[in-house]
Design a protein around this ligand. Structure first.
Ligand code: ZN
Ligand code: ZN
Ligand code: FE
Length: 756
């Protein structure tokens, strides 16, 4: 049989993830000779052997790759046979041989966990055990090339045993940059709130006891500090809320195993899969009634946010009899999560009773990611630890672009070729510290991804700090992008779908091209342009942003539109009558009453109108509670209609009239909420049919934060699919403003192309 040869070039995350040893073993399996080497873009392989063996080798590369490897492209070419002897791993020599694709952080793998719990292993209970398949990556990188001296492991000199693992191509720890052991690696120490070391042989066991006693512990993790308490301890949970100034926003939970989680939450097979992925995100799970978890962990919602222990430290901390720990980000209110030991002592000492720290520095702040399984797929709601910096793969090659994102839930995005690198969740950059984090993230990602953007994209909102940042940059082509256009294109890009599409962009706030605040938008969207085909009718936001914090102001505004002054509903009795009078006068005189077409505000207004809440303490709170009280099925709808000309204005006065009628006939809040949701589903599905009749378009893209509402999201998918639409949705990219930067980047690249 004839011997042939091939060269295989692979791009993607293939360095520092055990890829070359994997190739080496695969070559042995198929009796191939040749070599594998790192290149600037990934790895290059030369193999010779029988054709059928080379074919199997190539298909195994894709199907059996190591868990952290991500292949973006694989190029296989015939080559001349060189009659090699054996297969070799070519050492990488120079600094210019480097990949700019870096792996995300990964939860401790089974092999490491096994050693960790084996009393005879030299790393028995060593909290920093890791290998090429697991451990920190993105969070410890200072610069490229990704090599130990460019990580926070540079301070630790490997002992002989670790070093021989590190240099042995057959070893699981070959080139595992964070490789360490108790002799040579980082270690954990425990301090009390006055920064005195606590004398203990076993800090982690000691912390377990302290947790059981109800103390608040600041714990250094992979991407930052957590604040932890025993989730069954009501007093501890309440004390944490008070000290953290976090009144009602749900806390995340962490448990050791699925068996522990089923004590307090319903875990479907799909949830189990999500919990067990190597990213170990927070998964939203339905609560079980009468569990022992404190109700103050997540008040007024039917979900817990739960993650499995993902570092060896967490594994020890969450052992029974503890069922779950509250593990909330180590910060005060909306500030960025704390990453350094000094910062922890200075900023978290008013909150934490003890500090469990270690001496491996975190260079890059990365929050826990959040996912939810809904509409037959797992959806990333907050994309951070475990996902970043894995690129989103695009259909089109793009130039180097920097997109600055929006204001709340900010992320930034950098593009290069067919890769879009979405940053980790940065947060609300209206806070100064978060804005600094935003700037640092831009610098850091440009450096480690080797991207020098000449195009910068920003939101049209003139007051966003991200916009101001973009406008301050020199020597860049600056392109302003409409917020909802960015939402739709972010979903198109993620799904590698070209326009034109029917785009439903529903959210709380986005600056419109007419200077009003949009948020209930039906667009005809393409990569470089859009038409506003329809939108919800404009309503004044009484007091501007104050109406976001106080949904009763929206309720009054919607009611005023329909009924003028003469309306009296029970919810009004719970608001100061002077304030109501003042609000009505502002509305009449049009003082500080920007117009909005936002669907998010409509949810808020309806929630207030039916007596759910007049004030919110976090974004989306009223809308979430409105969703929580709705039932699965309904039979009735409110009326709706839209105007003739484009953009069609979708009237909501019949809806408001109907709700008031129901309130006057003592229909329950739950029934009104159900009917409200069903009306929206029918209304938007009907509108899409109308758009299809007018334009012939059959593809509908759903994006914007309002689609975190499962009833609306799943209801629209069902209804649109039944009517023959192809429905495109987010999975990897957040549906909320965390996805905006991706849309901005793609749009600006396409606009720049037509500019050239
Ligand atoms: Zn491992
Ligand atoms: Zn060692
Ligand atoms: Fe938005």
């Amino acid at each position: 049989m004839q011997v042939i040869a091939k060269t295989i070039n692979i791009n993607g995350i293939v360095q520092g993830v055990g890829f070359r040893p994997f190739i080496y073993q695969l070559a042995q399996k198929y009796y191939l000779s040749g070599e594998v080497a790192n290149t600037a873009m990934g790895v290059s392989i030369y193999v010779e052997g029988l054709e059928k063996d080379i074919d199997s080798f190539c298909s195994d590369i894709v199907s059996k790759k190591p868990p952290l490897a991500q292949i973006t492209t694989i190029d296989i070419q015939p080559a001349l046979v060189q009659n090699r002897n054996g297969f070799h791993i070519f050492p990488s020599q120079s600094a210019d041989v480097r990949s700019t694709c870096i792996a995300p952080d990964a939860s401790v793998c089974d092999a490491c966990l096994h050693e960790f719990l084996d009393p005879n292993d030299r790393r028995y209970l060593y909290p920093f055990i890791n290998c090429t398949n697991c451990g920190p990556r993105y969070t410890i990188i200072e610069d490229i090339p990704y090599d130990r001296p460019k990580t926070s492991m540079k301070h630790f000199l490997m002992c002989n045993a670790c070093s021989s693992e590190y240099n042995n191509p057959g070893n699981r720890r070959f080139h595992a940059q964070p490789n360490a052991c108790p002799l040579c690696g980082p270690y954990v120490t425990l301090y009390d709130s006055s920064q005195h070391p606590v004398s203990t042989d076993d800090p982690i066991s000691h912390v377990r006891t302290l947790l059981k006693q109800g103390f608040i512990i600041a714990i250094k993790g992979i991407g930052g500090f957590h604040l932890a308490v025993d989730a069954e301890n009501e007093d501890a949970v309440c004390r944490l809320r008070e000290k953290k100034l976090r009144i009602e926003k749900p806390f995340a939970l962490m448990s050791f195993s699925i068996e522990q989680i089923v004590n307090y939450a319903h875990v479907r097979d799909v949830d189990k899969q999500a919990l067990l992925t190597v990213q170990r995100p927070i998964v939203l799970l339905s609560k079980k009634e009468n569990s022992t978890i404190s109700k103050h962990v997540a008040p007024n919602t039917s979900f817990w946010g739960v993650m499995l222990a993902y570092t060896p430290i967490h594994v020890l901390l969450t052992q029974p009899p503890l069922i779950a720990l509250v593990m909330t980000s180590g910060n005060l209110s909306e500030e960025p999560i704390v990453i350094s030991n000094d910062e922890a002592f200075s900023r978290l000492s008013p909150i934490a009773d003890f500090f469990m720290i270690h001496n491996r520095d975190i260079y890059v702040r990365t929050d826990d990611s959040i996912v939810r399984h809904m509409g037959n797929d797992c959806r990333v709601i907050r994309r951070s630890r475990g996902y970043v910096p894995t690129p989103i793969l695009l259909k089109h090659k793009l130039p180097h672009v920097l997109a600055c994102g929006a204001e709340l839930k900010n992320t930034i995005c950098l593009t290069k070729d067919e890769c879009a690198f979405l940053s980790q969740h940065i947060g609300d950059i209206e806070h100064y510290e978060t804005y600094v984090f935003f700037q640092n993230t831009i610098q850091h990602m440009q450096r480690i991804l080797d991207i020098q953007p000449r195009i910068i994209a920003y939101d049209l909102h003139p007051n966003y700090l991200s916009t101001q940042y973009a406008l301050e940059q020199d020597k860049m082509v600056k392109i302003g992008i409409q917020h909802h256009h960015a939402h739709i294109v972010s979903c198109m890009a993620e799904n590698q779908v070209d326009g034109p599409v029917i785009g439903l962009a529903f959210d709380g706030t986005g600056y419109g091209t007419d200077g009003h605040i949009w948020g209930g938008e039906i667009l005809i969207g393409e990569y470089d342009r859009f038409i506003r085909f329809g939108h919800l009718a404009y309503t004044p936001m009484i007091g501007g942003n104050a109406a976001i914090k106080s949904p009763w102001r929206m309720a009054i505004s919607y009611l005023y539109d329909v009924f003028g002054h003469g309306i009296d509903l029970p919810f009004l009795k719970s608001i100061n009558s002077q304030e109501i009078g003042f609000a009505k006068r502002m509305r009449e005189k049009k003082i500080n009453t920007p117009l909005t077409s936002s669907l998010g505000r409509l949810f808020d207004g309806v929630a207030s109108m039916i007596g759910l809440r007049n004030h919110v303490t976090f974004e989306g709170q009223a809308a979430i509670e409105l969703e929580m009280i709705a039932k699965d099925h309904c039979t009735s709808r409110y009326e709706y209609s839209w105007s003739k000309d484009i953009p069609h204005v979708i009237s909501i006065s019949q809806l408001i009239e109907g709700i008031v009628q129901d309130l006057n006939s003592n229909v329950s809040a739950s029934d009104i909420s159900t009917k409200f949701h069903c009306t929206l589903i029918d209304m938007f599905a009907d509108f899409c049919v109308h758009v299809r009749n007018q334009t012939g378009l059959n593809r509908v893209v759903l994006s914007g934060g309002v689609f975190q509402n499962a009833i609306l999201f799943c209801g629209l998918i069902n209804s649109l699919s039944l009517q023959g639409f192809e429905v495109i949705t987010h999975r990897l990219v957040p549906v909320n403003d965390g996805g905006i930067s991706l849309g901005q980047a793609v749009i600006s690249a396409f606009i720049a192309k037509t500019l050239v």
